[in-house]
Design a protein around this ligand. Structure first.
Ligand SMILES: Nc1ncnc2c1ncn2[C@@H]1O[C@H](COP(=O)(O)OP(=O)(O)OP(=O)(O)O)[C@@H](O)[C@H]1O
Ligand SMILES: [Mg+2]
Length: 204
């Protein structure tokens, strides 16, 4: 994994489905814009790349593939994402916030039986974020939030699956640089307050 040598900072939100990643990413974007930073909020999988379009159909259960093929598509989409959105923005000194990144591949891919070594190798040329926030929310809470949100459930949105995914996510701070676990079960505002404190240190 490559270190970020560009002037912009690269911040990532991760966690099980329904843990509040999109909510916190949006709060952070708005906060930083108010502070006069230039910000790009982006998301994986993208809906733009060829691979991203295929992934969308698989997650929405319209197409099927093997766990490995799915992770190859994620890596292809991520390569596109870095080349077209993330790196050009970082070069201009813009703060990039990504709603999911390669730690999603590591957690969801491993939960489907793929070895972490294989997954890391598939993503080895990609940029390491300056900070990754993993939202720690119990799967039962995640599922009840997803139900309240009222959209159709996607491929991984079952409590047993999210249980495995969360357990794997929690091992990442020991394995990778710049990863922190955030208690995501508090109110949106309280969770954001913890994130804001960490981001403020990075941007100083
Ligand atoms: N701290 C919180 N307390 C209570 N509800 C929350 C909290 N954070 C988010 N929510 C609500 O839970 C639902 C899921 O949040 P959100 O869409 O941000 O999750 P997500 O992690 O982006 O999920 P996905 O991985 O499926 O995109 C939303 O309806 C959101 O308003
Ligand atoms: Mg989301």
């Amino acid at each position: 994994m490559k270190k970020n040598v560009y002037p912009g900072k690269f911040l990532v939100f991760e966690g099980p489905d329904g843990s509040g990643q999109s909510t916190q990413a949006e709060l952070l974007k708005n906060f930083l814009i108010k502070k006069k930073f230039k910000v790009v909020l982006t998301k994986e999988p993208t809906k733009t790349s060829r691979a991203g379009k295929k992934i969308e159909k698989i997650l929405n259960k319209k197409n099927k593939t093997s766990p490995k093929e799915l992770q190859k598509l994620f890596a292809e989409d991520r390569k596109w994402h870095l080349k077209n959105i993330i790196i050009p923005s970082l070069k201009e000194g813009i703060i990039v916030i990504s709603d999911r990144y390669f730690f999603s591949s590591f957690a969801y891919g491993k939960s489907e039986g793929i070895s972490l070594k294989y997954l890391i190798d598939l993503n080895k040329d990609f940029l390491l974020p300056d900070k990754t926030f993993i939202l720690d929310v119990s799967p039962s809470v995640c599922i009840s939030r997803i139900k309240k949100r009222g959209e159709e459930t996607t491929l991984f949105e079952k409590e047993e699956k999210l249980e495995k995914v969360l357990k794997i996510y929690k091992t990442f701070p020991q394995k990778f640089e710049n990863v922190v676990i955030i208690n995501g079960e508090k109110s949106k505002k309280e969770v954001f307050s913890d994130i804001k404190n960490i981001v403020s240190k990075i941007l100083k």
